[in-house]
Design a protein. Structure first.
Length: 78
């Protein structure tokens, strides 16, 4: 997995069920969303969602991508 590659998880029928986003890219997105003024066309950035984004930026710790992959018996693709 390259530093900025996003992976999609899908069913055998091709329905996308999840997305794996590298943590650095996720953090960049979070910072951008949390520091940009909410636009009327983006209602998710208003109220509770904005609060949650700001709160999540202050969290420390968490689980590394490698640990999560190991928990699911997966290896990081290089």
């Amino acid at each position: 997995m390259s530093d900025r590659s996003v992976q999609y998880v899908s069913t055998e029928a091709g329905e996308v069920t999840a997305v794996l986003v590298p943590i650095e890219l996720w953090r960049e997105i979070g910072v951008k969303l949390a520091t940009s003024p909410p636009a009327p066309s983006h209602p998710l950035l208003l109220g509770k969602m904005r609060e949650r984004l700001l709160k999540s930026r202050k969290r420390a710790g968490g689980t590394s991508l490698d640990d999560v992959l190991r928990q699911f018996g997966l290896d990081r693709q290089t």
